[in-house]
Design a protein around this ligand. Structure first.
Ligand SMILES: *Cc1c(COP(=O)(O)O)cnc(C)c1O
Length: 231
């Protein structure tokens, strides 16, 4: 078993260095992507100071949320969203990073329990125009953002992207810069958005250089995943 604490410290050091190098004063939030990881591994990460956890698969996530309900963890949903999953997402998560359709946004808005406050949401952008990839295309983003901003139980926070896996680091950095440009465009249209969810284990430095405010890190914290899906 790998030493999660040692890995967390190494990732924190990478984040600190990249933040200093980019001349920024505020470090991005470290969101631990915990898909396929056991509740015991998450608990160990929590004891080392990690509070925000991201999950991609609802059933798997609900089991962990239940197992760890004694701890004040903050849950982010980062996977593809089917309509029949929206209710339990609205009821169990603080954040959703992977919103890309108005129909899903409307369902989350209707189903968000009032006592939980607004659901914090990011729109996922298909920044590299990949076929069969979730995310809205850049030209359709402004209309979707304005529609989501009008929903009273959602708080539109920002944009999320997952650059093409096979692309080079230089291409990833260009994609991150494009996502930052899109956020700036929406901010000029008076949308009160402040979040860029971008950068993972292999490219978090490049994302921080382009303005990431949340980095989503899995394998660099928990070790290499044997599979991407739950068993
Ligand atoms: C798995 C995943 C990550 C983390 O990937 P690593 O390369 O393990 O850091 C980040 N974001 C999303 C949406 C993911 O599915």
């Amino acid at each position: 078993m790998i030493d999660i604490v040692m890995h967390i410290n190494a990732v924190r050091q990478r984040i600190r260095s990249a933040t200093e190098l980019s001349g920024r004063t505020q470090e991005p939030l470290l969101l631990a992507i915990s898909k396929t990881r056991s509740p015991a591994e998450l608990l160990r990460a929590y004891q080392a100071g990690i509070v925000h956890f991201g999950e991609n698969y609802l059933q798997e996530a609900l089991e962990k949320i239940n197992a760890l309900q004694a701890y004040p963890l903050i849950w982010h949903f980062t996977g593809p969203i089917q309509s029949n999953k929206t209710r339990r997402i609205a009821e169990n998560f603080s954040w959703v990073h992977s919103l890309d359709r108005i129909k899903i946004a409307q369902r989350l808005n209707e189903q968000r329990p009032a006592e939980l406050g607004k659901l914090q949401v990011c729109i996922q952008v298909n920044i590299d125009r990949e076929k069969s990839k979730t995310g809205v295309l850049p030209e359709a983003l402004p209309e979707l953002a304005h529609e989501i901003n009008a929903l009273s139980h959602l708080q539109l926070r920002g944009l999320m992207a997952l650059p093409a896996a096979e692309a080079s680091p230089a291409q990833h950095q260009i994609s991150f810069a494009r996502l930052a440009d899109l956020l700036a465009l929406l901010q000029r249209q008076s949308l009160p958005m402040d979040t860029l969810s971008m950068g993972m284990s292999d490219d978090l430095e490049l994302a921080i250089a382009e303005g990431a405010t949340i980095v989503r890190v899995g394998s660099a914290l928990f070790g290499t995943r044997i599979r991407n899906n739950p068993p």
